[in-house]
Ligand binder design. Structure first.
Ligand SMILES: [Zn+2]
Length: 430
């Protein structure tokens, strides 16, 4: 999350999902779950058996019934725990380590090599997985080019542990509208995005990013946020409508989806006119913009955690948190699809647990079950992966986590994950 333009990106629909190559012959595992939150239904089930074969779930049902199909299965006993789908964070930055100040941001882009940043990104992928996030949409590398795709490849090949990664590579903004800027015109500094001007160039940039492995395309719709006397959050829009529509049209033509950074009402309105698939941050959402999102099936990714983190910046930032909180309650009532996203990387991966975001959602008006679904089945639907992840059901990837207590009573349980399985492989068991 950057100071002027702030925050960030998106992931892909319908493409091959990140997954380690199958090693040994499909192993069968019977998981005994004391309680099951399946990610889709409203009920908590008790004493459930989950039969896993290889990387996918084969059966889910009453333990006695599933046991009958699991003759030689290895048993994992989670009978004292609550089992949930692996969590999905739809707004991350693997290549960023916090940027509450411009200095922090510039130090990373100017004083760290991309290989060094990629090493930290691999570490971050492991943190996410061990915290229970089995899939992430990483919404741009902040000047680290296509290194997110490299991390994804290393995870998929089993070289390093990490979640399934939906990568969006470089993101886009027009000339002069995204850091790093400098009054010294004699030197060319790195930029946090790919600079894009004009509709033809926008289409070329989409093609380049997809060529290099982008699953999603992200662009920055606005910057320079300010309040008008009627308490509406306004902003300066970055791209012309023609440019933004070219980005979205070309991305959709290539079978991907678009995420737009949009904080002020002007930026959100411009992104919706262009036809994006998700609004990132969205602090300035008005009732009419929410109605447009519901009508056009556009998801909101609120990133509350980063908003709270950057209150320390002062200026307009503290007011954004209060504004977003009010918008959140209205959006829940209107039925806006809210996909959980944190903007981790805008805050340090090593200091704040991504699952803190769920706690805010409950404080802001969701039931714990709604919050859980925002980070499981709803997030999976945004990713176009609703048949693969985000739900515990036959045919889905065996991506699941367990917590000791009941997260439908205490949502902070999600910050204390005790067990993590991704694609049938156990990565954490405490
Ligand atoms: Zn971001």
């Amino acid at each position: 999350m950057r100071v002027l333009a702030v925050i960030c990106a998106v992931a892909i629909p319908g493409r091959a999902i990140a997954q380690a190559p199958p090693a040994a012959p499909a192993q069968t595992v019977l998981i005994k779950a004391g309680r099951l939150v399946d990610g889709r239904s409203q009920q908590v089930q008790t004493n459930v058996g989950i039969l896993v074969e290889g990387e996918r779930i084969r059966a889910v049902g009453p333990i006695a019934q599933v046991q009958g199909q699991a003759a030689n299965a290895r048993v994992i006993d989670l009978s004292q725990m609550t089992v949930l789908p692996g969590m999905i964070d739809t707004h991350t930055h693997l290549l960023l380590q916090g940027d509450i100040t411009s200095q922090e941001y510039e130090d990373q882009l100017l004083k760290q090599s991309i290989p060094y940043r990629a090493i930290l990104a691999a570490r971050n992928a492991r943190i996410a997985l061990e915290h229970g996030f089995t899939a992430i949409r990483d919404v741009e590398t902040e000047g680290a080019m296509y290194a997110d795709v490299d991390v994804k490849l290393a995870v998929n090949r089993g070289e390093v542990p990490g979640p399934r990664i939906f990568a969006s590579t470089r993101a886009m903004a027009p000339t002069g509208m995204y850091p790093i800027g400098t009054p010294n015109w004699e030197i060319e500094l790195p930029h946090g995005v790919q600079t894009v001007d004009g509709a033809d160039h926008a289409r070329l940039a989409v093609r380049e990013q997809v060529q290099h492995g982008a699953d999603w395309i992200k662009y920055y719709s606005d910057r320079r946020y300010y309040f008008t006397p009627d308490s509406v959050l306004r902003s300066w829009v970055n791209f012309t409508d023609e440019e933004a529509k070219a980005i979205v049209d070309e991305t959709h033509r290539l079978g991907r989806k678009v995420a737009a950074h949009a904080i002020g009402s002007d930026g959100i309105a411009a992104a919706l006119r262009a036809g994006v698939n998700s609004i990132e941050h969205g602090d300035g959402l008005t009732d009419s913009l929410m109605d447009a999102m519901v009508k056009n099936n556009v998801y909101w990714v609120p990133t509350v955690t980063v908003g709270v983190h950057v209150i320390a910046r002062g200026g307009v930032w503290p007011a954004l948190v209060a504004l977003e909180r009010r918008a959140f309650g209205r959006a829940v009532r209107k039925g806006v699809k809210i996909a959980m996203g944190t903007d981790v990387g805008g805050f340090p991966w090593t200091e704040i647990h991504q699952a803190k975001e769920f706690e805010y959602y409950v404080q802001y008006g969701m039931t714990p079950m709604q919050a859980i679904q925002s980070g499981t089945s709803v997030a999976a639907a945004l990713l176009g992966q609703e048949q693969n992840i985000g739900t515990i059901a036959p045919g889905f990837f065996a991506d699941l986590v367990a917590v000791a207590g009941d997260p439908t009573r205490d949502i902070t349980e999600l910050q204390r994950v005790k067990f993590v399985m991704k694609g049938g492989t156990v990565y954490l068991s405490q």
